[in-house]
Design a protein around this ligand. Structure first.
Ligand code: MLT
Length: 393
């Protein structure tokens, strides 16, 4: 062909981290069909949607079956009933938002990737290790990326101290995927202060906020000054079990302006042009997940997964394996044992214990030497994994 391609694609890895893992596991299972695999790799939930959600979705399906209640295209930024439910959710954290600042979408992953379209040639600050979509989507856009090393020394929570320059796009994920580290109020206030002083924008990924158990902020907007410098992305995937159902939202405060343009209007313009809304049935399910009953049920799911984290952590502790996470996070971040890279550790765990995890190197250079296990399995699978890990370590 004679077309020109986006040359930036040359700088992203050949395959997306979780696609690479899936392909290695598929190869292994094809060669070893007898292996009883336990999948603690991708953070995919295993418990079903809760009763409040499924009954709301069933009722919505019935509405779609009747001429008088059928719905076509959804409003591009979300139905009012869901925007109001999200607004009420923030009120529980003492955060006041306007519904025109909330944009419903089909997933935090999409929004994390798509929002990069709003920005020009800025330097992007990305924690290392972190959710690989931040880096990949900015590489695809050809941006300069600087890493914020998250190490044992800084508790996996990099801070802005010593960063010179201005006009950064800064990614913060708290609770962090993959390390499970959570920023407290004071630390987030330091980031907000830095962003406001340097005219930078924070993209705050709150996808795991429901797992916070220690009083740390659930939303960046709990911090004074954050409305002037932060966008927040949140999702129902990990707490309401929506990984396959798809519903999330992005908050873009009306105060955010750059280059004389409102980011809220720009994001609205982008979404209206390129996105046709989340299905009505799903939005009704999301509304139910955010209701008081729905929240109770979702907290039950979170509790179940955290019980898994406790069971895995207990084995690691007994075996003297160094790890973090598993407290305000469904992820356990352990130090690889033995010699070799985290991908070699992945292969060893796969072949010797038939357990799938995620190599730390897949989340960034500083992730080398570490390994992530998810607590999103069933109790039965987790117990079996714990038993195998007891032998493995
Ligand atoms: C993960 O395993 O890191 C996540 O499940 C990936 C995602 O949320 O897209």
């Amino acid at each position: 062909m004679k077309i020109k391609i986006n040359e930036n694609y040359r700088s992203v890895g050949k395959s997306y981290l979780f696609s690479e893992i899936a392909s290695r596991v598929a190869k292994f299972t094809a060669a070893h069909p007898e292996a009883r695999m336990i999948r603690l790799g991708i953070g995919d939930v295993t418990l079903p949607l809760t009763p409040a959600v499924t009954s709301a979705m069933s009722a919505a399906v019935s509405e779609m079956a009747e001429k008088s209640t059928f719905r076509g295209y959804a409003p591009e930024f979300g139905y009012d009933f869901l925007l109001e439910a999200i607004k009420r959710r923030y009120e529980r954290f003492g955060v006041a938002l306007g519904t025109s600042e909330i944009f419903v979408s089909d997933g935090a992953k999409s929004d994390v990737g798509n929002i990069t379209e709003l920005f020009g040639d800025n330097t992007v600050l990305i924690p290392d290790p972190v959710y690989p979509v931040y880096l990949d989507s900015n590489l695809m856009a050809g941006r300069r990326v600087e890493f914020l090393p998250a190490t044992e020394e800084n508790g996996f929570l990099p801070m802005p101290d010593g960063i010179r320059g201005e006009g950064y796009i800064i990614y913060i994920c708290s609770p962090n995927n993959p390390t499970g580290a959570v920023y407290d109020r004071e630390m987030l206030a330091a980031w907000v202060d830095f962003a406001n002083r340097t005219g930078s924008l924070i993209i705050f990924d709150a996808a795991y906020e429901a797992y916070i158990s220690d009083g740390c902020p659930h939303s960046i907007y709990e911090i004074e000054g954050a409305r002037a410098c932060a966008v927040e992305i949140c999702s129902l995937s990990k707490d309401a079990g929506f990984t396959g159902t798809r519903c999330s939202w992005t908050v873009v405060p009306s105060e955010l302006t750059a280059g004389g343009m409102s980011l809220c209007e720009m994001w609205g313009r982008r979404q209206a042009t390129k996105f046709n809304g989340v299905p009505y049935v799903v939005q009704r399910g999301a509304e139910a997940a955010l209701s008081d009953t729905g929240r109770e049920e979702c907290l039950g799911l979170v509790k179940y997964y955290m019980e898994n984290a406790t069971r895995l952590a207990s084995v690691l502790r007994k075996r003297g394996v160094t790890f973090t996470g598993g407290v305000s996070s469904p992820y356990i971040w352990l130090k690889c044992t033995g010699t070799g890279s985290s991908w070699e550790f992945f292969d060893r765990l796969l072949t010797e214990a038939n357990i799938v995890g995620t190599p730390g190197a897949g989340f960034g250079k500083c992730g080398e030497g570490y390994f992530r296990l998810t607590a999103f399995g069933s109790h039965e699978a987790t117990d079996e994994a714990a038993a195998r890990l007891r032998t493995f370590f």
